[in-house]
Design a protein around this ligand. Structure first.
Ligand code: ZN
Length: 97
């Protein structure tokens, strides 16, 4: 249920809340940039974890918004790798979905 908005400029994620009309508009309350809606499953790294944010940006720029991805061979949801190497393999493998 629901989703989060990510500002890759501020490296922050905002929950979609009832009290935040400005956030619901999709613009970052801090810098005013257009935010990217992602699945609520997204767990934002700390603001200072630049390496992890690089991976997040990589996913988003490749059209991966932390929605469920299922492996063809099994019934479990595939976790999004947090390191760049894993991310690149992940994107390559699941881009078709
Ligand atoms: Zn921002």
């Amino acid at each position: 249920m629901g989703h989060k908005n990510v500002c890759i400029n501020c490296q922050k994620a905002y929950n979609m809340g009832m009290n935040h009309e400005d956030i619901r508009e999709g613009n970052c309350p801090e810098c005013g940039m257009k935010m990217i809606p992602v699945s609520h499953r997204f767990r934002p790294p700390k603001k200072t974890e630049n390496k992890k944010w690089e991976v997040v940006k990589y996913y988003l720029s490749n059209g991966f918004f932390y929605h469920h991805i299922k492996d063809a061979g099994c019934n479990s949801w595939v976790p999004y790798p947090e390191d760049m190497r894993g991310a690149k393999e992940f994107v390559k493998k699941y881009r078709a979905q």
